[in-house]
Ligand binder design. Structure first.
Ligand code: HEM
Length: 525
């Protein structure tokens, strides 16, 4: 403002003699020019942030920073970060610009481990700001931080114990059978993501909401359509994410959320109807709703010195995020896994051999056993586990991990102190393709997870690491293992000739998503 006033004043004094002759329009043009000059200087100044701190990094453009390729549709944010990670092999940290926001990319393993694990208290926030009291439906573990997050995390962790998952498994298993049936009745080639969406939506709605999303072969299904559009990929969502990331408090004031109000209300009403039905009736299912009801029996949760009431909306807010994860991230991950099986026929054969061997040894002939695979049997499928891990290494659904600093934090190795509110990034995609940690990183090799010489665990970031890592990891892994085993027993999977060997990720996505349709042949065995 000072600069603006100063610029205006100086313009006025320079042209003072002509002032009397100037009309209103001229003043407006002058003012706008001054404003433009001011913002231009400000942008140039922002772009000197890392230079001033002696942190190396790629040269930014005014306003676009290092993110122009996203707007040009040529690269996703995840790919840009990977490229920056790979361009500075000898640096511990790199400074770059996410449009007008300077961000620090952590390359060094020890610093990363400190930030994500040991000193996570200083980085307990991600993006967005949960307001549990005023906006409970949009408050969830992902956007909670500090004590609020800690309290809810410890309430929800018991929902995903191995015992609880074992109880949920029959629901997943039965959805898997329907999925196999759907594929058997479909004509090749199959649109992979579209079909996988049908499966993952059914799994999470059955296990989290306790409701049936409708027959899988139903062409028009409101529940499914809303779930697919829960967080659509595209420019609009990209801008929303950007707003929440750059100015979370402002975004909250203007009601900008990851999902639309209408969709949020649709799913929260569906969830509340099920909860009320359960509370009043004698239906008991081994699903997440039941566990949410148990959480609500606590009535309130202690956060610092205050008690937060666990209302229907507070519970629904948490449930909605579980749905979001199930609707959005799981189908993408499973799509890449099936693609990887199709693109690597030898891996597929080896996996099929394992699944046949293990199921026949434990459950008897799977065909005689109606194709049923028990929960215990899945545990012995180590190679299949390796495939899931490897697919998420090659194409992590979350290509980057983000933390917002919640307490000033010095990084002595690089003589830089992170201020409160600053965003710190870790490139999962970059680390997963770093030959210091993974030999032949561009090769799809599930064997790297089955031998003795495994990659360092802190360099595997598909689920995050530390106290804020994915709470649904075991749930999602079980879902993937169960359905992949069924697919391997029932089909030979191959790529349709139209599919490229290298999948291009969609540029506007926050998650790793294929830019184009993937067609797959499922040949019945
Ligand atoms: C392929 C599937 C999935 C992948 C790859 C995935 C990955 C991740 C990652 C990378 C994070 C952030 C970790 C960090 O910041 O350090 C995360 C957080 C989270 N995920 Fe998942 N996730 C998946 C599925 C699920 C599912 C199915 C659920 C729930 C049923 C779930 C629930 C959550 C929650 C609640 C958080 C926030 C945890 C917290 O801050 O306490 N995720 N997930």
């Amino acid at each position: 403002v000072t600069f603006l006033v100063h610029t205006l004043k100086s313009s006025i004094s320079v042209f003072s003699s002509d002032l009397a002759n100037m009309d209103f329009l001229t003043y407006i043009i002058l003012g706008l020019t001054a404003l433009l000059v001011y913002f231009w200087m400000k942008l140039l100044n922002i772009n000197r942030h890392w230079e001033k701190h002696g942190i190396p990094g790629p040269k930014p453009l005014p306003f676009f920073g290092n993110m122009l390729p996203i707007l040009l549709g040529s690269k996703s944010a995840g790919e840009i970060l990977k490229e920056i990670y790979q361009s500075y092999p000898n640096e511990k940290v790199v400074g770059y610009y996410h449009f007008i926001q300077p961000r620090l990319l952590i390359r060094d393993r020890a610093i990363m481990e400190r930030i994500l694990v040991k000193d996570y208290h200083s980085f307990s926030s991600r993006l967005g700001e949960a307001d549990v009291e005023n906006d409970p439906l949009n408050s969830n573990l992902f956007n909670m931080h500090s004590e609020v997050w800690r309290a809810f995390r410890s309430l929800m962790t018991p929902m995903f114990t191995p015992e609880k998952l074992k109880n949920m498994y029959p629901l997943m298993d039965s959805v898997g059978d329907d999925f196999i049936q759907l594929l058997k009745e479909s004509k090749d080639p199959v649109d992979l993501l579209q079909n996988v969406n049908t499966f993952t939506i059914q799994v999470i709605s059955s296990t989290a909401l306790g409701i049936d999303a409708g027959p899988m072969d139903q062409k028009s299904n409101e529940f499914r359509e809303r779930a697919i559009n829960y967080a659509p990929t595209g420019v609009k969502t990209f801008l929303k994410f950007g707003a929440i990331f750059l100015a979370p408090k402002l975004a909250q004031k203007f009601g900008i959320n990851f999902t639309s109000k209408e969709t949020t209300n649709y799913f929260s009403d569906a969830f509340k109807t099920v909860v009320n039905h359960r509370k009043s009736g004698d239906v008991v299912r081994n699903d997440l709703v039941q566990q949410m009801i148990t959480i609500q029996q606590n009535k309130s949760v202690e956060i610092g010195s205050t008690q937060v009431q666990i209302t229907d909306d507070v519970v629904a807010g948490q449930a909605l995020f579980l749905l979001f994860a199930g609707f959005v991230t799981s189908p993408l991950a499973l799509t890449y896994m099936i693609y990887d099986l199709a693109a690597n026929p030898e891996v597929q054969e080896k996996a099929r051999d394992e699944v046949r061997r293990v199921t026949e040894a434990v459950d008897g002939k799977w065909k005689i056993n109606n194709g049923k695979i028990s929960y215990e049997t899945l545990k012995d499928m180590r190679y299949l586990e390796g495939i899931i891990k490897e697919s998420l290494r090659m194409s992590p659904t979350h290509p980057m991990i983000v933390r917002r600093c919640t307490r000033t934090y010095p990084i002595p190795e690089v003589s830089y102190t992170v201020s409160e509110g600053e965003n710190i990034m870790v490139s999962a995609l970059g680390i997963h393709h770093d030959s210091n940690y993974y030999s032949n990183p561009s090769q799809f090799s599930p064997e790297r997870w089955t031998g003795d010489d495994r990659p360092p665990s802190s360099c595997y970031l598909a689920w995050g690491i530390g106290p804020k890592m994915c709470i649904g990891m075991r749930f999602a892994s079980l879902e993937f293992k169960s359905v992949l085993a069924k697919l391997l027993l029932n089909f030979k999977i191959s790529l349709h000739h139209s599919v490229k060997a290298q999948l291009k990720p969609a540029p506007f996505g926050i998650f790793t998503a294929p830019a184009h349709k993937i067609l797959i042949n499922f040949e019945k065995l």
